[in-house]
Design a protein around this ligand. Structure first.
Ligand code: CTP
Ligand code: CA
Length: 228
């Protein structure tokens, strides 16, 4: 449970949390998506709201999750470009972005205007690269604190560190999704926090709700240090 002093950790701070997956349309009735449940991001939004923040939850596809109590606004989005537009519109005067969404790296290059009819034995879709939302935020970072996620199956620390640097982040939550009890589905996660000074914090397997509370605590500490 939260202690009393934690409830004001993010008082007066504007926080954007992205959660869930993005869906890329291929025609009016179909999409390419992923198995993100949205649980990690919704738990972070809840924890940040509990800590006193003004929370904007940008929600992609998820397991029909309810908006957590205290979240100021929720924006439901479909594609990566939709998510980018929503995040960008709140970015300039926000204090903290926590980007837990599972974003599609590619979209259909030419979504069909009408439902695709079946014909040949194989169907080839040409995909176009999506913009990297978080990279874009890192490029125009001013006073904001940026926290990203990385789900990896190999070379967790190496790949995570590369993402932390490339995207100009203040903290990266790296998950080994090949480990039991971690990942997209399920209610637990196993995370290692990576920081720009090269330090690391390896956490035990824990409930996504508990991990969310720890992430919010670290985010508040980074914000406090920045504003000294
Ligand atoms: N991300 C994003 N926009 C994208 C892709 C990823 O904002 N188009 C964000 C995710 O929300 C996450 C972080 O970047 O916080 C890392 O996502 P991940 O998929 O692990 O890394 P990528 O940079 O996409 O690299 P790759 O998938 O090749 O490992
Ligand atoms: Ca990716």
């Amino acid at each position: 449970e939260f202690t009393a002093c934690r409830t004001s950790l993010l008082k007066g701070k504007k926080v954007i949390v992205t959660a869930g997956g993005t869906r890329e349309p291929i025609d009016p009735v179909r999409f390419i998506g992923n198995h993100s449940s949205g649980r990690m991001g919704f738990a972070i939004a809840k924890a940040a709201a509990f800590a006193g923040a003004d929370v904007t939850l940008v929600a992609g596809s998820n397991d029909h999750l309810k908006t957590p109590a205290g979240v100021a606004r929720r924006i439901d989005v479909g594609s990566t470009n939709d998510m980018k537009a929503a995040v960008d519109s709140y970015y300039d005067d926000c204090d903290l972005v926590i980007k837990s969404a599972a974003v599609a790296d590619y979209r259909s290059a030419h979504p069909a205007a009408n439902k695709i009819k079946k014909s040949d034995e194989t169907l080839t879709l040409t995909m176009a690269k999506n913009p990297d939302i978080l990279y874009g935020l890192g490029q125009r970072k001013a006073h904001q604190v940026l926290i990203g996620f990385a789900a990896e199956t190999t070379n967790l620390i190496e790949y995570g560190t590369a993402k932390l640097k490339k995207k100009n982040l203040d903290m990266l939550v790296a998950n080994d999704v090949s480990a039991e009890g971690a990942g997209f589905q399920g209610t637990t996660n196993i995370a290692t926090f990576l920081f720009p000074d090269g330090s690391m914090e390896k956490l035990e397997k824990m409930d996504k709700e508990d991990l969310a509370a720890v992430i919010v605590e670290r985010a508040a500490a980074i914000l406090a240090k920045k504003n000294q």
